[in-house]
Write a protein that binds this ligand. Sequence first.
Ligand code: ZN
Length: 82
Amino acid sequence: MSKMPQCLACGNTAHFVSSNVPALFPWNSTGSGLAGSFDANGNISNLENTATGGDIMLSAWERPFVHFDRCGRCGSARIQWP
Ligand SMILES: [Zn+2]
């Protein structure tokens, strides 16, 4: 049983972004100001943000399923959390 979030559209399990945090400038293809990378255990290995404060960063770290609702690869919203 996987513990990782997974995009049901493309199978991506490593890169997700938040649609609730618009990017201040087009720094990546997803248009999100908050992006997270996940390791094989479903833990965040890296957080990138351009538009959020420390509170959002901390919240995203503790409850990523609340924030990351878009696939970082294909942009689909069909994300399945374990
Ligand atoms: Zn995808």
